[in-house]
Write a protein that binds this ligand. Structure first.
Ligand code: NAD
Length: 476
């Protein structure tokens, strides 16, 4: 085994594996160390996103949505189905197959690009030496550059200790073997809403306890309000301003004791998912002699180019500042690889897309109305509801809207917010437009195919100047 590399990447999640591939493509002798293994104990690539995060959750979101549609929507299309039955084991098997295909795909990409995959536990020693431990075996490796991409783990709370059976984290909630009759979720964040949607569609009575009094405070206020209304109508029982104080596991279920508006409340559920955020993975990563600066909250401190306080050691993805999003980590991984290879490369942190895969999906890029108001920036707003879009009508997906915020003086687009079917896909055109500093007029002057959901983007851009065709513009 080679023990000297140009670059050693620690972590093979979305940030790390992308960094490793790009480094190898750029001609750097690259190794990637990762300690993830599957249930059978075999090492696998892909980290959280592929194994227990983005991918399996999207697989289950799709399956559960089809199941829900078969129950409630097929009739509208004139399709009579005798009996719709759930085969949860088959649904989970499909999810696992998707995961296995994708993780095997990374293995192949490592092979064709010449990335050395080193399964095991890495510890950074002095002078960019790395101790690799696998089983009882230890090897010392040396690198010119190190890229730390160790990701994050679910935050645990003392009042709801995980027991892997009744009280679980997001990974546990992706692997239930039966549909819980009563499901409790702590945290109405991204994970709480996505996993809550999956199990609610499959038949659980889902109750979400959220400590904050505002629903999705990071989302544009109008969009958050509209999505709250839709999600609660779907059956998600979301209790805001509700702080869990104690859990008691009994034969009949798990008692959740919580404070809501200063009142003590109690609720019993069969399973509980704790989804209160994630924290950076840095435990046992450094030898005592390695003096790396951490941020408050335990993330690794880096500059705008992801270099840590120690020259030649970089950190990317969830383990550093910024949103914990796979695509943000991947972009940072590419930036670091390019910079190590001597190229100029930056990440525009203002243009990171965000998506919550509920139904309808919530997607946004740039500033919210609230952020613009707080910053004292004058803006104009254009908005278009999917209810007035022909394609949305044809596919029976008329909830939500596209909302564009543009600078009042320059008309430059500052934020785009979408609540609707395929919002995740529609958002890409907004990211692209904003990356080229588009004005709302630039979007308005582009031709959008008819009939398509994208026309809502066109009409929202037209609406900024009061020129929307298919609604009575608010400005007339
Ligand atoms: P989150 O920060 O999105 O939400 C956690 C929620 O839990 C917050 O609203 C918080 O107020 C609440 N909370 C915290 N402590 C609580 C308590 N004791 N009682 C009740 N509520 C409490 O975190 P998450 O949903 O766990 O997701 C973790 C990370 O993973 C996020 O950064 C997210 O961006 C990322 N993620 C992204 C996607 C996606 O892009 N679609 C999907 C899943 C996860």
């Amino acid at each position: 085994m080679d023990t000297t590399f140009d670059v050693v990447v620690i972590g093979a999640g979305s940030a790390g594996y992308v960094a490793a591939i790009r480094c190898a493509q750029l001609g750097l002798l690259t190794a990637c160390i990762d300690n993830w293994s599957n249930e059978a104990g075999h090492p696998v690539l892909g980290g959280t996103c592929l194994n227990v995060g983005c991918i399996p959750s999207k697989a289950l979101l799709e399956s559960s949505e089809l199941y829900a549609q078969a129950h409630k929507d097929y009739q509208k299309h004139g399709i009579e189905v005798e009996k719709v039955q759930l085969n949860l084991a088959a649904m989970m098997e499909r999810k696992q197959n998707v995961v296995t295909q994708l993780t095997a795909g990374i293995e192949e990409l490592f092979r064709v690009n010449g990335v050395h995959w080193l399964p095991g536990q890495a510890k950074i020693l002095e002078d960019k030496n790395i101790q690799l431990q696998r089983g009882g075996e230890r090897t010392e490796i040396v690198a010119k550059y190190i890229i730390i991409a160790t990701g994050s783990s679910p935050i645990t709370i003392p009042v709801a200790t995980l027991d892997k059976t009744h009280i679980v984290d997001s990974s546990g909630a992706l692997a239930f073997t039966e549909v819980p009759e009563r499901l409790g979720i702590i945290g109405a964040g991204v994970i709480g809403l996505e996993l809550g949607s999956v199990w609610q569609r499959l038949g659980s009575k889902v109750t979400i306890l959220e400590a904050q009094d505002q629903f999705l405070p990071v989302v544009d206020g109008q969009i958050a309000k509209e999505s709250y209304r839709i999600l609660t109508q779907q059956g998600l029982d979301i209790h805001l301003n509700s702080r869990l104080t104690k859990t008691v596991t009994q034969a009949s279920g798990i008692q959740l004791h919580y404070i809501h508006n200063e009142q003590k409340q109690m609720l019993e559920v069969d399973k509980l998912v704790v989804a209160v955020g994630r924290m950076a993975n840095t435990d046992n990563l450094f030898d005592e002699a390695v003096d790396l600066v951490l941020d408050e909250g335990g993330k690794i401190h880096v500059d705008e180019y992801c270099e840590t306080s120690l020259p030649g050691i970089y950190a990317v993805g969830d383990v550093v500042r910024g949103p914990m999003l796979a695509h943000k980590g991947s972009e940072e991984g590419i930036m670091v690889a390019e910079r190590i290879a001597g190229h100029h490369y930056t990440v525009d942190y203002h243009l990171i897309p965000n998506i919550i895969y509920t139904n309808p999906e919530i997607a946004w890029v740039g500033k919210t109305e609230e952020e613009l108001q707080a910053a004292g920036i004058d803006y104009q707003l254009g908005s278009f509801p999917f209810a007035a879009n022909g394609r949305a009508k044809a596919i029976e997906r008329t909830q939500g809207r596209v909302k564009i915020l543009a600078d009042k003086k320059t008309d430059r687009v500052l934020g785009v917010h979408i609540l609707g079917e395929y919002a995740s896909e529609l958002l890409a055109q907004a990211v692209l437009a904003m990356n080229f500093s588009a004005s709302s007029e630039d979007i308005a002057l582009s031709i959008f195919a008819h009939p398509s959901l994208s026309e809502a983007m066109h009409e929202a851009a037209l609406d900024v100047q009061g020129n929307a065709i298919h609604i009575k513009s608010r400005k007339r």
